[in-house]
Ligand binder design. Structure first.
Ligand code: CP3
Length: 360
């Protein structure tokens, strides 16, 4: 595995030291490196926020992006699911559009809708706003990561960002989209503009991840949530070079790079080859088959259907067992849902799933 020989990166100036020994003891980091810890590690995408009453209470009077800009709130919201569920990793509380807002894009998160962009990208001049992100644009991110690393003890922290394609989709469509029609139209009709846009987004994404890693994040996840809208051919031509550049920027940091998208059954090999140590898999492809598609030398993460939390407990337990059994076909397996926790999920059932996975 690529991580094996570089488990400890040389310290960078001004960079928080990683917690000593964590790579050898954390089940999450060991599985990401292609090892088999005593119990299967588990965390949930979108575990921070969404389902917890204590999150809703804290957020009640603060807009989503404002809460991401408040280091104390970010720290508290990131820790809430760790206290409740005892997962094997924490995910930093933020959003994929935060770095876009930080460089000056007029984007907001509308409750119940998602990101909404005031001036969608239609012409070359619309790219001018996408300047490089500087660490000083997101001081609250470094501050929150540093305080989390102190608070989390032996639980690793996952930093994250949106991948260039998924960010481009929000910028071009102006909001959430089912078909990504305008995005694809621009991609096919104006390849030069397209690659300029994705190149700028790759720079912003890599810079946003760099802030998190330099402040002490123990792993990164690149969310290309909507990449599954593309054929493999189009993904390789229009998207993979940019995501590859983002992931390559962390090749020497000695931390696992997780690459995830929804509906990406046909892209699993390409998403691994883009430079991932771990490939996230949605619930549509069983993990043993996913491991075959990803190929040797990479771990997999996933892939319980998030709706399984509504199943009777014996059905749920059988599904959890099946995911663990099939995950054993990969060099390493991190248990997760196949997409984010559904907002209606019962927190008690999520805690129960953590216990089931650990017992298995
Ligand atoms: O795991 C975590 O909960 C950490 C925080 C996190 C958020 N967004 C907070 C958030 C993470 C990892 C994300 C990633 C994200 N954001 C993705 C990739 C993951 C995925 O689900 O595919 C995407 C596509 C977005 C964009 C986005 N932000 C959408 C589509 C939405 C609306 C849907 C929703 O989740 O409610 C948001 C808003 C958002 N991001 C909320 C939270 C807690 C809800 C804000 C609110 O309470 O109104």
């Amino acid at each position: 595995m690529s991580l094996g020989s570089t488990a400890v990166a040389p310290p960078r100036p001004g960079v928080s030291p990683r917690r000593p020994g964590l790579a050898a003891t954390s089940p999450f980091l060991r599985a990401a490196a292609g090892d088999r810890p005593d119990s299967v590690p588990v965390w949930f995408m979108r575990q921070a926020g969404r389902v917890l009453p204590e999150y809703r209470a804290l957020r009640a009077t603060t807009a989503m992006l404002d809460s991401c800009r408040n280091a104390d709130m970010v720290t508290e919201i990131t820790l809430q699911p760790v206290r409740r569920f005892r997962p094997d990793a924490a995910i930093f509380f933020s959003d994929i559009v935060l770095p876009l807002a930080a460089v000056g894009v007029d984007v907001d998160i509308v409750a119940g809708v998602g990101p909404v962009v005031a001036h969608p990208v239609r012409a070359p001049s619309d790219l001018d706003v996408l300047r490089p992100l500087e660490p000083g644009d997101v001081p609250y991110v470094s501050e929150a990561v540093a305080s989390l690393v102190r608070e989390l003890g032996q639980t690793p922290l996952i930093g994250f960002a949106g991948a260039p394609f998924t960010l481009a989709s929000y910028l071009i469509e102006g909001g959430p989209s089912r078909s990504h029609t305008r995005t694809k139209a621009l991609m096919y009709a104006e390849p030069a503009l397209w690659h300029d846009l994705l190149g700028r987004l790759a720079d912003i994404t890599a810079a946003f991840l760099r802030v998190q890693v330099d402040a002490g994040a123990d792993a990164i996840q690149l969310f290309d949530s909507w990449a599954g809208a593309l054929s493999e051919d189009d993904y390789l031509r229009y998207v993979a070079p940019h995501s590859t550049r983002v992931l390559a920027a962390f090749a020497d940091d000695g931390i696992p790079r997780i690459h995830f998208g929804v509906n990406t059954g046909e892209l699993l090999g390409a998403m691994g080859a883009a430079g991932a140590d771990v490939v996230g898999v949605d619930w549509r492809v069983p993990l043993d088959e996913a491991a075959r598609r990803v190929g040797p030398g990479r771990a997999v993460q996933g892939n319980l259907d998030p709706a399984a939390v509504f199943a009777p407990s014996d059905v749920l337990a059988a599904k959890v067992r099946d995911v663990c059994r099939r995950g054993a076909a990969a060099p390493g397996h991190i248990f997760n849902f196949g997409h984010g926790v559904l907002p209606e999920s019962d927190p008690g059932v999520l805690a129960h799933i953590v216990d089931l996975v650990h017992q298995f």
